[in-house]
Design a protein around this ligand. Structure first.
Ligand code: SAM
Length: 234
């Protein structure tokens, strides 16, 4: 059988449209966000909190707790259970406007009314331009597999411009044991850690800490969290 792992990744001509079509067919629910694996929700949130709390204690970091950005937010699961508990305000970036409508009208209604959830940007990360110096933390989770390598590097460079002084970018993504693993169903690519890390370096980012997700069911990709800061902050 052919090994689906590749050493090169050539996106199809309809790469973004295909992903958009796929996500438009997914229900606006936690189950939809997690591909039917709702049991990963609790350990996911627990370990994300442990990671940010560890970063908070890192003497080489000084990010604030005012403003976070949830990239590839979906209906706002990560914002609701994690980011809004650690940051005063959160913005959401999401390509599928139906998910943001569900967030605004029901899932994040209380957080919005309380002023903890602010802007919701219905745009793909390949086009998103954050406001300059706005965010203490830009959190990207389970979305960067939808970007091509060049768009990923360009997106991260724009995110650097969106960081407040001392701000960091956190990335939580599935990782392949090697190479690129393509999924034509949702038009995504799972990258090996080394491939992610070479894009981070190309975007002018250095890894300050990382953690592997624990307690997920067997048979899934490993999930890694990275904290990145601009190399110019050193
Ligand atoms: C696996 S879900 C994860 C949602 C959320 N991060 C979570 O963990 O609950 C992937 C999300 O990425 C969004 N997405 C896919 N391609 C995107 C893109 N190019 N830019 C922004 N969001 C995108 C999908 O619409 C979907 O909401």
């Amino acid at each position: 059988m052919a090994d689906p792992r590749r050493t090169e990744f050539q996106p199809t001509a309809t790469w973004y449209e295909d992903a958009d079509k796929y996500w438009k067919g997914v229900p606006s629910s936690v189950d939809g966000m997690l591909g039917g694996l709702e049991e990963v929700h609790a350990p996911d949130i627990r370990d994300s909190m442990a990671f940010i709390d560890r970063l908070r204690k890192n003497p080489s970091l000084s990010f604030g707790s005012s403003y976070a950005c949830d990239c590839g937010a979906g209906i706002g699961r990560v914002t609701k259970y994690f980011l809004s508990t650690r940051f005063e305000k959160v913005d959401l970036v999401e390509q599928n406007s139906a998910f943001l409508e569900a967030a605004a009208s029901s899932y994040l209604k209380d957080e919005r009314n309380a002023g903890r959830v602010c802007d919701m940007f219905p745009v793909g990360l390949q086009k998103f331009v954050p406001q300059k110096s706005r965010y203490d933390v830009i959190w990207c989770q389970w979305v960067l597999s939808h970007l091509t390598d060049s768009d990923l590097a360009a997106c991260l460079k724009r995110c650097v411009q969106g960081l407040a002084p001392g701000g960091i970018i956190c990335i939580k993504e599935n990782v392949a044991s090697r190479g690129y693993v393509l999924d034509s169903e949702d038009s995504s690519v799972t990258r090996a850690k080394s491939l992610f890390e070479s894009v981070f370096a190309a975007a002018g980012l250095v890894v300050v800490d990382q953690m592997i997700q624990t307690d997920f069911p067997q048979g899934l990709f490993e999930v890694n969290m990275w904290a990145l800061k601009p190399s110019s902050d050193n």
